[in-house]
Design a protein around this ligand. Sequence first.
Ligand SMILES: C[S@@+](CC[C@H](N)C(=O)[O-])C[C@H]1O[C@@H](n2cnc3c(N)ncnc32)[C@H](O)[C@@H]1O
Length: 203
Amino acid sequence: MSAPFSNTCTNADLARLNAFLKESISKAGIVLPEGKHTQLLNLACGRADESAVLADVFGKDGINLTGLDIRDREIGEARERWKKFLPKHAEAEFLVQDCSKLGDLSALPDNFNVAFMRHQNFWNGDTTWSKIYDEALHRLDEEGLLVITSYFDREHQLALDAIQGLGAELVLTERNSQSRALHDVPAGVQKSVDRHVAIFRKR
Ligand SMILES: C[S@@+](CC[C@H](N)C(=O)[O-])C[C@H]1O[C@@H](n2cnc3c(N)ncnc32)[C@H](O)[C@@H]1O
C-alpha cells in the first residue's frame, strides 16, 4: 500500500527515485548483498517520504531504517505515516537529532551499510553539512555506501567536493533526466526533484 504524499513529493517522484537509484547502483557496478538484513541511516530525512523506496532498493531481504532530522514536526509525521505504510520486510525508527552531532547518540551503531541523504542541503550551512557527511562516513561499515541526492547542479558539485575532501571515493554521479522541475526558485535557477544522485564508498 502506498502512503498519501503531499504535492512536494508525489508518488510519481518516488517511482522515478526508485528507478533512478536502481539504475545508478547497477551502472556503478555495485551488487547489493543478498540474504542480508540492511542497516540504513537516513540523514536529515524530514518526513522520510522515500522510506518505502529505500526498503525496496536496499532491503529486499530485510531492512532497518533509522531516520534522523532536527525538526520534531517532520519526525512526528514520519513516525505516524510509516507505522502504517512500511512494507512487511522493513522496520523503522525516527528520531529528532542534529545530524552534525551523531556522537551524542551513544546507542547509534557504527556499522551501517548505507547512509542516505535525499535533497542534501549543502548551501544552507557548508560547515554543518560537511560535519554531517563526516559523521555519516564514520557510521558506515567498511563496505558501506553513502548515497545523496540533490535539487541543484551547483549544490550537488559542492557536496561532491566536500565529501571527497573527507576521503570518500566517488563511485558515481548521475544527472536524472526524468526529474520533475520545481519552480519555487528565482528565474534562471534550475531545481528539480532528485536532480542528481551520487554514490560514495568509505575508503
Ligand atoms: C532540503 S530538506 C530535505 C528533507 C528530506 N530529506 C527530503 O528530501 O524531503 C533538508 C532537511 O535537513 C534537515 N536538517 C537541517 N539541518 C539539520 C541537522 N543539523 N541535523 C538534522 N537535520 C537537519 C531539515 O530539517 C530538513 O528536513
